[in-house]
Write a protein that binds this ligand. Sequence first.
Ligand code: FMN
Length: 182
Amino acid sequence: MQTLTNARACLIFGTDTGNTEEVGDKICAELAQLGCAAEMMNITDVSVEEFEQFDFLIFGIPTWDFGGIQGDWEDFEEQIASAQLQGKTVALYGLGDQLGYGYYFVDAMGWLYEHVIKTGAQIIGSWSTEGYFYDESRAVNQSRTHFCGLAIDDDQQFELTDARIKNWVEQIANEYQQLHAA
Ligand SMILES: Cc1cc2nc3c(=O)[nH]c(=O)nc-3n(C[C@H](O)[C@H](O)[C@H](O)COP(=O)(O)O)c2cc1C
């Protein structure tokens, strides 16, 4: 049986000013507490072929310039569109600023979700929109109850970041175990 502790896990992030990497470090530290050793890589240093080596992939992306996709992820668009990730489990996290860019909050995470869902991967880690104050987001479901992954706002709600990470990592660990329990 595959478990979180023997899963080959990798966190892949893109960043312009370092926040998404910093959050990635914290996610990996929490995963380590649960016995899961995740490698961490910048999207600039990865190929789709490398995805194949992992069972569990965590993708991190910030939104820039009114709903824009972080540049290194955008450069990766063709590769992710052609990736075959059947059998892989993927969780997403996104960084944004809900007051500064309230009509585009964590939009890039929604963009990434739209691509990943087409690869055949199983996506886990949807996250409640409760406690966020934004107008529009590409990363929410139709009823606006959930983001497609963990939304982190280090600009406006920095004080909530660590607890959100801890709770989300526990959530994805449970979801991963349940998915692979059979
Ligand atoms: C010029 C500028 C544009 C931004 N545009 C958006 C946006 O459209 N939507 C959003 O949610 N956040 C937006 N942000 C907030 C960033 O996503 C946020 O600061 C994030 O933590 C940056 O992550 P990084 O350091 O990993 O690049 C913007 C920030 C700046 C300075």
